[in-house]
Design a protein around this ligand. Structure first.
Ligand SMILES: [Fe+2]
Length: 196
């Protein structure tokens, strides 16, 4: 069954232009479209004979998760702007856990991760087994990804996120703008759902 692109209610953002958001959503829709096309082609190959189509099937299987993760990560990303800016509630479970684990340096630390060279995603995961956060960076959307952990904060730092508004050297300004517009209550809800 095909996936349908989600629609997002994104308010006017401070430091990220409407045109940039519009183009970015177009890229997200491309991931959904490509994923659906690959999934359909794989069914075709399987029906025709896996031996006959072994090479093509192998290539598409590799691309399948790339397109899927591109789709799902952008959904996590855009949802974080919905409802408008909201500060982290220090009395929420997330706020208390951050205070215990990151002692007030989380945002600066996460910004440094996001500012690493190369296209990809800065992500905050939560490990419910080890009961601790894991902050990381996935090159593109797979290299270095913690595949077993749920993502509670996803910051896209591919060049398409900042080049229109800030130019090729503008990643840092875009990252600041991301945090300016972040609705932390979305992150608090994700954390509450996985930290039981
Ligand atoms: Fe993106």
């Amino acid at each position: 069954m095909d996936y349908t692109p989600k629609t997002f209610t994104i308010p006017t953002l401070d430091g990220i232009s409407e045109e940039s958001v519009k183009q970015h959503i177009g890229l997200y829709q491309g991931y959904v479209k490509n994923f659906n096309a690959i999934a359909a082609k794989l069914v075709e190959y399987a029906k025709e004979g896996t031996e006959k189509n072994a090479v093509a099937l192998g290539e598409l299987i590799r691309r399948k998760s790339f397109e899927f993760d591109g789709m799902r990560l952008h959904e996590l990303y855009f949802e974080q702007f919905e409802g408008g800016t909201k500060a982290l509630d220090e009395n929420s479970e997330l706020g208390k856990s951050f205070a215990a684990e990151y002692h007030g340096y989380f945002v600066e630390y996460f910004k440094a991760i996001a500012n690493m060279r190369g296209p990809g995603w800065a992500m905050l995961y939560y490990d419910p087994i080890g009961t601790q956060f894991q902050a990381g960076f996935a090159g593109e959307q797979h290299q270095g990804h913690f595949v077993t952990l749920p993502v509670i904060l996803a910051l896209d730092v591919w060049e398409h996120t900042f080049i229109l508004d800030y130019g090729a050297a503008g990643k840092g300004k875009y990252i600041d703008a991301f945090f300016k517009n972040l609705n932390w209550s979305v992150v608090e809800k994700r954390f509450a759902a996985v930290a039981k």
